[in-house]
Write a protein that binds this ligand. Structure first.
Ligand code: NAP
Length: 304
């Protein structure tokens, strides 16, 4: 089969299409997925550059990619919840599992897959798993009560854009922080109640109850009220605790059940997925360069 293989840690030029052996028949609790699309995420760029080499059990040559949407082509003997022909999405923690999704076929444990939303193309659905689970799990960790005020930084980014929508669904009052004035309209369309370009403390008010930092802006803790809660998803830019505020770094975890909930929200029209651009496998290096440049408003997808 064809796959995008990283031949050595370094720049995007180390990504190239190669022919690799097909995965073997799935193990008892696994499924084989024919990949329709794999999304490109910041973690893929970090892994490519060797930033996670110290805690990855893999070394190049390897196949990158956490997000996948596709069709099930084989199931292991013990799999009952997934059938051949099912449209599925999944997030594979590539560094830990060794199962990269930039490939024509990938074998994954059945319990990390979920039904793909039926209301959107499978390519679009590939943008859901990693960003959606990250947003959902970070909001779980924040655990703010209904009516509380949440500031989301990077609010039109992949995780931020889904976090704004999910926070609104949880009954939070959402303040969206964006980098450019032109992004304000998008943030409001995603459900933000209010948009800000800065992360400076508001003068006069008590501050927000919670902060979800997806943009890596540790000084944004200054906008949080005394005793409030902060969750960052950027471990290298963790805010320093102050004024009784709790600070937690959230790391996304594989979870087929939560992913199924997110798929259902998409099908209810409650969660909107945004695609910026689709690339062929042969253009993987270009997709990595585009994500690194920033300014993407929606996912970049690799299509075999
Ligand atoms: N801990 C975890 O489990 C986990 C999971 C997923 C992601 N992450 C990390 O979370 C971060 C976001 O991921 P993502 O997929 O959402 O990336 P993304 O789609 O690139 O979104 C990041 C957003 O932050 C904005 N931003 C960056 N610097 C900013 C600044 N100084 N001021 C305002 N906005 C700024 C970006 O704006 P521009 O596009 O204009 O630059 C973009 O809208 C990445 O660092 C990623 O590695 C961690």
């Amino acid at each position: 089969m064809r796959a995008v293989v990283l031949d050595a840690y370094g720049g995007p030029e180390h990504l190239a299409v190669a022919h690799v052996p097909e995965p073997a028949a799935p193990q008892a609790n696994a499924v084989l997925i024919s990949v329709t699309a794999a999304a490109v995420n910041p973690v893929d760029l970090q892994t490519r550059a060797g930033l996670h080499a110290g805690h990855s059990r893999l070394q190049p040559p390897m196949i990158l990619g956490w997000d996948v949407a596709g069709s099930v082509v084989a199931v292991g003997d013990d799999v009952t919840a997934v059938r051949v022909g099912d449209r599925v999405v999944a997030m594979s923690a590539q560094m830990a599992t060794g199962r990269g999704t930039y490939a024509e076929t990938v074998a994954l444990p059945a319990d990390i897959t979920a039904p793909a939303p039926a209301s959107v193309p499978l390519t679009t659905a590939a943008g859901l798993p990693l960003a959606g689970l990250t947003a959902q799990q970070a909001l779980d960790t924040l655990d703010l009560p209904q009516g509380a005020t949440l500031l989301v930084t990077g609010a039109v980014g992949s995780v931020g854009g889904l976090a704004v929508q999910l926070a609104r669904l949880r009954g939070l009052r959402v303040v969206a922080q964006v980098r450019h004035t032109a992004d304000a309209e998008e943030a409001l369309a995603l459900g933000a109640h209010e948009v800000t370009l800065t992360v400076e403390p508001a003068s006069g008010g008590p501050g927000v109850d919670g902060l979800l930092d997806t943009a890596g802006l540790p000084r944004a803790i200054g906008t949080v009220r005394d005793g409030g809660r902060v969750v960052s998803i950027v471990p290298t830019r963790r805010p320093v605790e102050e004024r009784g505020i709790t600070v937690t770094v959230s790391h996304v975890e594989q979870d087929g059940e939560r992913l199924a909930e997110l798929s259902a929200l998409v099908d209810r029209g409650a969660l909107r997925l945004r695609t910026a651009k689709e690339y062929g496998f042969g253009e993987a290096a270009e997709a990595h360069r585009a994500l690194a440049e920033g300014g993407m408003r929606g996912k970049l997808l690799l299509v075999p």
